[in-house]
Design a protein around this ligand. Structure first.
Ligand code: HEM
Length: 133
């Protein structure tokens, strides 16, 4: 059977479809070097990206239906509010999603799971847009 027909079980969470903690860590590790290399995104992020990576790992764990690591440690995520200090344009939201798509491809996540994940993240990404410029 082709991998693409095997890699998504709609009755499981995204977290379990990905393969749990280990694969989620690989995803975050593939994602942030792309963010840091992107001309629109890099200026928003600190040089020491490790703390951001760790928080993103904890957040995506719960967002994808796995253990609620972020809320257990930091309380209610309030993600839009946490992004308000940063000028997030529509172009930056698209750039963030394209880095995520490329990171999924890099770690070998194929469609339909890849597209499902990017669509799932496009809701919050667009919701975090807080300026047009
Ligand atoms: C729309 C484009 C986005 C941009 C430009 C963006 C940018 C940023 C920036 C600049 C930070 C703070 C880095 C720092 O600590 O200095 C951050 C933190 C974070 N972002 Fe985003 N982000 C975007 C979308 C998302 C999405 C879609 C999610 C998850 C669904 C997300 C989850 C997080 C998390 C969990 C943190 C850490 C929050 C914390 O410090 O408590 N971001 N983001």
């Amino acid at each position: 059977m082709a991998k693409s027909t095997m890699n998504m079980n709609p009755s499981l969470s995204i977290y379990d479809n990905l393969g749990g903690e280990e694969v989620l860590r690989k995803l975050v590790e593939a994602f942030y070097p792309r963010v840091q290399a992107h001309p629109l995104l890099a200026p928003l992020f600190p040089e020491d990206i490790y703390p951001v990576m760790e928080k993103q790992f904890m957040f995506l764990s719960q967002f994808f239906g796995g253990p609620s690591l972020f809320s257990d440690e930091y309380g209610h995520p309030m993600m839009r509010a946490r992004h308000l200090p940063f000028p997030i344009t529509p172009e930056r939201a698209e750039a963030w999603l394209s880095c995520m798509q490329a990171a999924l491809e890099e770690i070998g996540i194929d469609d339909p799971l890849k597209t499902f994940i990017v669509q799932r993240l496009s809701g919050p990404a667009n919701h975090f847009v807080n300026t047009q410029f």
